[in-house]
Design a protein around this ligand. Structure first.
Ligand code: SF4
Length: 418
């Protein structure tokens, strides 16, 4: 580690896109600097104490979409009635089995995808009820992701009545041209109608997704998209920088794709952080902003390095200190293929890398709670070196990254921790 402050290089290398889960290989949701783990000496970090092993979160991956957005690398395929029915039956069965095996209760249930709303209210409710029978779900946050579509009034009413209490809508932009260039299949007007339908159905806890640094985006259009979210009554906004991922249609066109460069992307990210704050959404994670009390409880479990069970193809789990993942294949899922083990999770390095995604940062209080000791002095001293450059904020209790620090979080995390 050196004492010089790193330059502010790659915005897209630091702030990343939506986190569905945390894998052991990429436990921060960001890729740590190459070779970073190689320099860790045994005994350099606190030892893990047992977690609260009674309560976990549940993630259900619904792999159906009505088309493929050109930037998307999530596992999704076209759904048919037959496929969705087989999928639902299998999920219900696995939930029953895992609930009996694990003996856990759950206080969050998150339907991600894909487009969970495509499954329809009846099937989603069957899964919610299976999860309730198996895992209790007492006072649980139950989130369903949906894409704005023609008319979701009945869908929203039915799932709300079944106990779903949080919606996450894939708005991405309130600008028609940006939506078209993103290959989205809705307009801003449809999104506004859809938000109204959700609110009429009784959804107060509403999150909207925005994408940053997309084709054609300007500071002004981003400001308008953020104002749209505030006006629409969103309680939470997730704002992710576009990543051009291998295997996507965008990746094939990447030489000709006219998206903002790294400096422009960094400027848009910082603008989003400021504008969201100004509109009443405080930043609590690299890409997540909420009104007070509306932070996403399920995703906070990932960043607090707590345990969760994932169901469905491509779903990841972290249970009893081990990480697992299911194949990205509906066929394998329906055939009951076992998840692949990805190794141990929950050690101090992983815990610290995840904590540094949060504006709460790495604190003595949480470290004590989990490891029985405060943040190691050496790590605090390393963080202090980046404070004058405006990348970290150090307090009595620990430290956290600033929005400028988040822009270089891969490099900064490696410099501070290792
Ligand atoms: S709707 Fe969402 S999950 Fe489906 S292809 Fe588009 S971005 Fe991916």
């Amino acid at each position: 580690m050196n004492s010089s402050v790193p330059p502010l290089p790659t915005a897209r290398g630091g702030v990343r896109r939506k986190t569905r889960h945390v894998s052991a290989r990429d436990s921060s949701g960001n890729a740590p600097a190459a070779g970073a783990k190689d320099v860790i000496r045994p005994g350099a970090f606190p030892q893990t104490l047992p977690q609260n092993d009674a309560v976990c979160g549940i993630y259900v991956h619904v792999p159906f979409c009505d088309g493929k957005c050109p930037y998307c690398d999530f596992y999704s395929i076209r759904g048919s009635e037959e496929r969705m029915e087989q999928y639902t039956e299998r999920i219900v069965k696995e939930i029953k089995y895992e609930a009996e095996q694990s003996g856990r209760t759950a206080d969050t249930l998150y339907f991600g995808g894909g487009t969970p709303s495509l499954l329809g209210a009846g099937r989603l409710i069957r899964i919610v009820e299976a999860a309730r029978r198996g895992f209790g779900l007492e006072h649980a946050e139950i989130t369903v992701e949906a894409n704005p579509a023609e008319d979701l009034s009945d869908f929203f009413r039915e799932i709300r009545a079944a106990g779903v209490n949080r919606l996450s809508l894939g708005l991405q932009s309130a600008n028609e041209k940006e939506l078209r260039l993103l290959g989205r299949r809705h307009t801003a007007q449809q999104a506004a109608r859809c938000i109204g339908q959700a609110q009429n159905a009784g959804f107060d806890n509403l999150s909207l997704d925005l994408m940053l640094a997309v084709q054609g985006q300007t500071e002004e259009s981003l400001r308008r998209s953020i104002a749209f979210c505030a006006r629409a009554g969103a309680r939470h906004v997730s704002a992710y920088l576009l990543q051009v991922e291998p295997g996507t249609a965008y990746f094939k066109q990447k030489e000709t794709l006219d998206i903002p460069d790294e400096d422009e992307a960094a400027a848009l990210y910082l603008l989003a952080c400021g504008e969201l704050e100004r509109n009443g959404f405080h930043q609590y994670e690299i890409s997540n902003f909420a009104q007070g009390g509306y932070e996403g409880r399920h995703n906070l479990k990932y960043w607090h390095d707590e345990e969760y069970l994932g169901f469905g193809p491509a779903a990841h789990s972290f249970l009893n200190g081990r990480r697992f993942s299911k194949k990205r294949s509906l066929k394998a899922f329906l055939q009951g293929e076992m998840p692949q083990e990805q190794g141990k999770g929950g050690d101090f390095e992983e815990f610290a890398m995840l904590a540094l995604r949060l504006t709460e940062g790495l604190t003595d209080a949480r470290c004590r709670e989990r490891f029985g000791c405060p943040v190691p002095q050496k790590i605090k001293a390393a963080a202090k070196r980046y404070e004058s450059a405006g990348l970290t904020v150090c307090t009595q209790d620990g430290f956290h990254f600033t929005p400028r620090g988040f822009l270089v979080s891969n490099q900064l995390t490696a410099e501070v921790l290792f």
